[in-house]
Design a protein around this ligand. Sequence first.
Ligand SMILES: Nc1ncnc2c1ncn2[C@@H]1O[C@H](COP(=O)(O)OP(=O)(O)OP(=O)(O)O)[C@@H](O)[C@H]1O
Ligand SMILES: [Mg+2]
Length: 359
Amino acid sequence: MPKNNFVVGLDLGTTKTCCLVGKFEDDDSGGSLQIIGMGSAPSAGLRRGVIVDSDATVDSLIRAVEEAELMAGVKVSTVYTGMAGGLVQPRISEGFGIDQGGLEVEGNLQGMVSSAETIIQCTTRAGLEVAEFCLEPIASGESVLSSQEKQVGALLVDLGGGTSDIAIFKDGVIVHAGVLPLGGHQITNDIALGLRLTQVEAERLKVRRGCALRALVKADETIEVTGVSGKGPRVLSRQVLAEMIEPRVDEIFTLIQREVIKSGFQGLLSAGVVITGGATLLEGMPELAEWVFEIPARRGFPQGVGGLRNVVNSPRYATVVGLLKYGARNSSRTRSPVRERNIYDKVRGSMRTWIKDLF
Ligand SMILES: Nc1ncnc2c1ncn2[C@@H]1O[C@H](COP(=O)(O)OP(=O)(O)OP(=O)(O)O)[C@@H](O)[C@H]1O
Ligand SMILES: [Mg+2]
C-alpha cells in the first residue's frame, strides 16, 4: 500500500466488524477522502464492547478486511481502530491534566493498555498492524457532528448492540466521555421475553416493525408473530411491540441524562443531542430523546466522505467512518504503527492527541 495515499478504519463492534478503505487525495482545498472499499462481517467475539473471544474476533475481522480489500483492490496492512469510551471517563471529566500523571490516570491508562494489547493480539493474528487508536466516541463525533455543533455544545449518544457511548463536546473539544453497558441487544431481549419469541424472531420484528415511542403508533396497526412454542402466527397490536421497547429506551436515555447532569454540562448543550449507532434506526428514537433530554434531537449520519458514501450512509457506520477520517487526518503524523513493546507510550500519546489535537 503506498504510504499516506490510503487509509483504513476498522471498527470492532459488538454486533459487526466493519472495515473501510479510503483514498486520501491531497489537493489544494486541503484534501478529500474517498471511500473505495467496505467490508462488514457479523461479530461474535465481543461482549459489551470488550473482546472476550479472540478466535471469533479474528475470524470476523479477517472476513471484513478481505471483503474491503476485494472491493478496493488494495492489500490492507495498517489500520486505525477504536477504543471504548468508558476507559477514559474519569480522566476527561477531571479536565485533561494528561501530563500531570497521578494514580487514577495511571490506573485508567492500565485499562486502556490492556484493552489495546488484546486488540493488537487479534489484529496481529490477522496480519494487520494498528497505526493508532482513536477513542470511539471521538470517532463517532468526528463523523456525525459539525464543527459548529462541537463548538456550541452537543451531546453525542452512540447506541450500538452492546453499549451506549456518550460524549459531550463544547468549544470544539470533547469534554466528557462515558459508556453504559446497554444497547440494542437489551431491546431485543425485552421483546423476546415480553412476547415469548426467539432472539432471532425478536430481532427481526424489532428491525422491521419496532417503534421507540408508543404514542407514534396508530391504534389499528398490527404485527404477526410466531412464538417459541411454534404455534401458528398470532396477530398483535403494534402498540404492544412499542410497549416492550419504549421503557428500555427511556431507561437508557434517562441513565445518560443522569450522567450529563453529573458532568455539569447539562445547560451548555445548545446544539442539542445527536443520536447515532444502529439502535437509533428505530422509529421514534429522536422524538423520545427530545422528550427525555428536553433539547432538540436528531439522528447522526456519517458526513464528510466521498466515493462510496451511500454504502456507509447509516448511523450504524458512524464509528468506522470517524475512524477513517481520524486516520486521514493523522496519517502523515503516524510515524510507526503500535507494536507490542511500545503500547504504553503509544496509548499515552494517543490520549494526548484525542484531547489536544483533534478538534
Ligand atoms: N433498522 C433497525 N432498527 C432497529 N434497530 C436496529 C436496526 N438496524 C440495526 N439495529 C440494531 O442496532 C444494533 C447494532 O448497532 P451497531 O451496528 O451500531 O452496533 P455495534 O457497533 O456492532 O456495537 P457496539 O457499538 O455496541 O460495540 C443492534 O442491536 C441491532 O439490532
Ligand atoms: Mg459501535
